[in-house]
Structure formats: structure tokens, C-alpha cells
Design a protein around this ligand. Structure first.
Ligand SMILES: Cc1ncc(COP(=O)(O)O)c(C=O)c1O
Length: 376
């Protein structure tokens, strides 16, 4: 299979002959991995339950785990799911990669659309599914919103949206998402929203809506053709727990569950135990949000950027993003990700992605250094 190199691999190649300025501490703003300790109560649960390692985990997951996820969805989005409307996954990455292969398997000429620029797994999934790709281009001109012509939509078997969005940090409101649901019903394609960043928001009055809420709002209460994926990784600062879920259309999930028994990526029971306490608790997430909010306030002050509704990314326009990335590393010992590594057909060109995943002090120091570089 002809997979593209991963963006971080491309970055290593871009920077390999450059010696960074050693008078500064290295600052890595590339990876979307929270740099905060996983809360103690989650770690404790993992330790306490380690004796359950003697059990083979089941693909469907323990009922307590699914109930904790249902509880999260209820709490956060006021959407009531039943047990057959949710499937736990080993983080969302594996599901984003294998769900398209499952969904497109019996299509003769599969067509898959996804937002561009994008989280690279979507593209890998399309390649593994031998699917034709339609890119949903998100640009400054269209306000980084996702839309496709009816002509394209008619051809789609599967569409993956990602709002709140990595890397552009754009959001789509409940009514905009609702329009997508209507299209998924009209043209009969499966619509997935990757909602991994739904919990990294900064204002209670504008918190991101779920595609599930949007689906109910447009009258599709049983989520026909509609699925969401969500993850504990960013929300609970616990990417190592590998806990995510797919929720929505029970008919699709029933068959997907059967497929997953063959994939064999059930989560070990101690991880399920720890994940369940994390999904059930909303207060630690609110604490993390305060840190991200503070980081964005710092970024606003130093770089003059607008605060997004959600995510921890800054999508910054810089001109020649490759040159900028190299020089910034050389002169200031800061690593950022060139936008063009995250997009296709020229999307992402002229931008860099900055992940604000450090504490306040480190963020301030790094962004001030970045600003000094920009100001020359
Ligand atoms: C948009 C998006 N989706 C999914 C993931 C995967 O997260 P995980 O597998 O930890 O749930 C990431 C991780 O960076 C992401 O940025």
C-alpha cells in the first residue's frame, strides 16, 4: 500500500541538516499530545484493577465502560444513547483507520470524502479501502467550513468531518452540522464526525455541538447514517489509555462490532476500568480547559490571534511555511508543523500548526520567542 509519509517524518527530514540555536531550550509545538499528568484518580484505578489482566477483554467492552461513555454523552450533549448505539474503541485512531475499510468493503468503486487539511489517518484509511478521495477543502475564503456540491455528495459512500477541527481549529454549529445530516439521508452516505476535540472549548455558551445533537435536531433521532467518534486522549490528558468510542446508527454498529471481533483490538480490562472513571467525571476536564484557555489568552496577547471556539491548535498564516519552519528551528530552537504537510492540493500552504499543550509558563516563553522571530 502506498501510504504517504507521516507529517512528523516529513518534518524530521525537513530539519535534519539544521543545527538549532542551543542558547535556547528546545521547544516542541508540533504534537497534539497534552503534556499534563493524567489525573491521579485515573492512574489509581488502573493500579487497583491490574489483577483483571488475567481476563481476555471482550470486543464489545465491559458494560460499565459503555455506560460511562453513554453517561458522558448524556452529560455533555444531552443525548440519550442505548447500549446498542455505542461501541468502545482502542482510542479513535484505529477506528478511523478500520471503519472506512469495513464500511466500503462491498462497494465496487468506493468514494470517500474528508476535510482537507486533515488528520492523516483518514487518508490512510482511504488508501487501504482503495477508495477514490474527494477532498472537502477548508480555506480562509470559505471560513474553514466544510461543504461539497450535491454532485460530489451523490457519489460519496462515506464522509468524515472533523469538527472542532485539527489543524485549522474551525468549528461548525449545530445547524451547519444538521445540514450535513440531511445530505447524508438524502444521498444515503455514512456521515462520521471525528469529535476528538469537542471537550477542549473555552466558553460554556459556545461549546461545540455533537453531530448526534444535530441529527436529533433535524428529526433523525435514531441516527440513521450518522456516527460520531470521540476520545479520552485530549479530554483527560490520557492518550496512553487508548479509550474512544463510535456512537450513533445501531444498525451500522451491529455489523461493525462483528467486524471488530476479527480486528482484535479490545481494550485490556484495567484500561477499561481507568477509562470508565475518566468518562464518568467531568470536573477534571473543566480543570484542563482552564489551562488551555489561559494558553490561548497568552497567544492572543503575544501573537494577536483570535481565540478559537475549541481545540488547542493555532493555525497561523506565515507565508512560506517550509522556510519559516526551518529558520524558526535554526534561530530559536522551536519546532512547529508546516501546514502543507497536513493538506493536499496546496491546502495548508502558507500556514503552520502550533499545538498549545504545555503549561502556562512554557507556553508564554515559547510564544514570546516565536514572536521575536516573526518581528525579526
Ligand atoms: C483529529 C484527530 N482525530 C483522532 C485522533 C486520535 O486520537 P486517539 O487515537 O488518541 O483517540 C487525533 C490525535 O491526534 C486527532 O487529532
Amino acid at each position: 500500500m502506498n501510504f504517504e509519509k507521516y507529517p512528523f517524518e516529513k518534518l524530521n527530514e525537513l530539519l535534519k541538516d539544521i543545527t538549532p540555536n542551543s542558547s535556547f531550550e528546545p521547544s516542541v509545538l508540533t504534537i497534539g499530545e497534552p503534556k499534563f499528568e493524567t489525573p491521579q484518580f485515573i492512574q489509581e484505578k488502573l493500579k487497583e484493577t491490574s489483577s483483571t489482566l488475567r481476563k481476555y477483554p471482550s470486543t464489545i467492552g465491559e458494560t460499565f465502560l459503555r455506560e460511562s461513555m453513554i453517561n458522558f454523552v448524556q452529560n455533555r450533549f444531552n443525548v440519550t444513547l442505548s447500549l446498542n448505539q455505542i461501541v468502545p474503541t482502542f482510542g479513535t485512531r484505529e477506528a478511523l483507520f478500520n471503519f472506512p475499510q469495513f464500511a466500503l468493503f462491498d462497494k465496487k468503486n468506493p468514494v470517500m470524502a474528508f476535510t482537507n487539511p486533515f488528520y492523516q489517518i483518514y487518508e490512510g484509511a482511504a488508501i487501504a479501502s482503495r477508495a477514490e478521495v474527494i477532498h472537502i477543502d477548508m480555506t480562509q475564503e470559505n471560513g474553514f467550513k466544510a461543504s461539497l456540491s450535491d454532485e460530489d455528495l451523490k457519489r460519496c459512500d462515506l464522509v468524515i468531518l472533523n469538527f472542532p477541527n485539527n489543524p485549522t481549529s474551525a468549528s461548525m454549529g449545530i445547524d451547519e452540522l444538521g445540514e450535513w445530516v440531511k445530505k447524508a439521508l438524502e444521498f444515503d452516505f455514512i456521515l462520521v464526525n471525528d469529535e476528538c476535540y469537542s471537550e477542549i472549548f473555552f466558553d460554556e455558551t459556545t461549546k461545540p455541538a455533537s453531530l448526534l445533537e444535530a441529527s436529533i435536531k433535524v428529526g433523525n433521532a435514531d441516527f440513521k447514517n450518522v456516527l460520531v467518534m470521540n476520545s479520552i486522549s485530549k479530554r483527560s490528558s490520557a492518550p496512553g489509555l487508548r479509550s474512544g468510542f463510535v456512537a450513533g446508527d445501531a444498525k451500522i454498529l451491529k455489523d461493525y462490532l462483528q467486524y471488530r471481533t476479527y480486528v482484535g483490538c479490545a481494550s485490556p480490562v484495567p484500561l477499561q476500568e481507568a477509562a470508565a472513571v475518566a468518562w464518568n467525571d467531568q470536573s477534571h476536564v473543566a480543570e484542563f480547559r482552564k489551562i488551555y484557555k489561559k494558553n490561548f489568552e497568552i497567544a492572543k496577547e503575544i501573537l494577536g490571534i483570535e481565540m478559537p471556539e475549541a481545540t488547542f491548535y493555532i493555525w497561523l498564516k506565515v507565508g512560506d511555511e517550509l522556510e519559516f519552519t526551518k529558520k524558526l528551528y535554526e534561530e530559536k530552537n522551536i519546532k512547529v508543523l508546516p501546514g502543507s504537510f497536513l493538506g493536499r492540493n496546496g491546502l495548508g500552504k502558507g500556514y503552520i500548526r502550533i499545538a498549545l499543550v504545555e503549561n502556562e509558563q512554557k507556553t508564554k516563553e515559547a510564544l514570546q520567542r516565536l514572536k521575536d522571530f516573526i518581528d525579526g
